[in-house]
Design a protein. Structure first.
Length: 212
C-alpha cells in the first residue's frame, strides 16, 4: 500500500468515541487524547507514525498556534500532513499563561487530527453557532398514541434552556468552565440545566464578555 491507501484504511477504521463529559452543558465530547488513543493500534497495523507539531504565528496583533498533524509511511517515508490554527487570548479567567497556551495547542491539534482523519465534530460545542440571536424552542413531536413530552420547567413553571443552548454557553466561554461557574453562581444556579429561558440571554452576554 502507498501512503494514501494506508491513510484511507486508518480513516475508515478509526473509532474515536466522545470520552469526555461536560457537566454544565450535559453532553459528551472527544478530546485530542481520545483521538490519539483510537489511532495507536491502527497506526501499528499499517506501519505508519503520527507526529504533532506546534508553531507560534503572529498575525497583526494576535498570536495563533498552528498545529500540524503528520502521517508518515514508515516503509516508504512518504508523508501526508494537515494544519489547523487556534488563537490565543491575552487573558482567560481561571488560567495562567502556560495553561492558556496548552489549551489552545490542544484545540488546534484536535482540529488538525479531524482534518487528517476525516473526523466529524459538528455536534461539539466549539462548532456551534455562537450568534447572539436565540432560536425559538420548537415543540417536540411524538409518535401517534404516545403522550406529549413536556418541556422541562423550574419550580415556578418557567421553561428551562435546551441542551443546544447549554452547549452554546460552553462555546461562548471558550471552554472556560471556571468562568461558567462564576456567572452561574452570581445568578444562584448550581448547573447550566437549571437556567430558565428568561435568564438565558443575560447569562450568555456575561459569559461572552468575561471570555474576551
Amino acid at each position: 500500500m502507498n501512503v494514501y491507501e494506508k491513510l484511507m484504511q486508518v480513516q475508515t477504521q478509526l473509532k474515536a468515541p466522545k470520552g469526555q463529559f461536560n457537566t454544565f452543558g450535559n453532553y459528551k465530547y472527544r478530546s485530542c487524547e481520545d483521538i490519539l488513543e483510537g489511532l495507536k493500534p491502527l497506526l501499528a497495523e499499517v506501519k505508519a507514525t503520527l507526529t504533532l507539531t506546534d508553531k507560534i504565528l503572529q498575525i497583526g496583533e494576535r498570536f495563533y498556534i498552528e498545529a500540524t498533524a503528520i502521517f508518515t509511511d514508515t516503509e516508504l517515508g512518504a508523508k501526508v500532513e494537515v494544519s489547523a490554527l487556534a488563537r490565543e487570548n491575552a487573558t482567560q479567567k481561571g488560567m495562567n499563561d502556560a495553561q492558556i497556551t496548552g489549551s489552545v495547542s490542544s484545540y488546534a491539534r484536535k482540529y488538525s487530527l479531524n482534518g487528517l482523519f476525516c473526523i466529524d465534530d459538528t455536534k461539539d460545542a466549539d462548532t456551534l453557532d455562537n450568534s447572539t440571536t436565540d432560536k425559538p424552542i420548537k415543540p417536540i413531536e411524538t409518535p401517534k398514541g404516545k403522550k406529549d413530552i413536556e418541556t422541562p420547567t423550574d419550580k415556578k413553571g418557567s421553561p428551562l434552556i435546551t441542551e443546544g443552548q447549554r452547549k452554546r454557553l460552553f462555546a461562548l466561554s471558550k471552554a472556560n468552565v471556571e468562568l461558567i461557574k462564576e456567572v452561574l453562581a452570581k445568578h444562584k444556579y448550581a448547573e447550566a440545566k437549571d437556567i430558565p429561558v428568561s435568564d438565558y440571554k443575560v447569562i450568555c452576554d456575561e459569559i461572552e464578555k468575561g471570555a474576551k
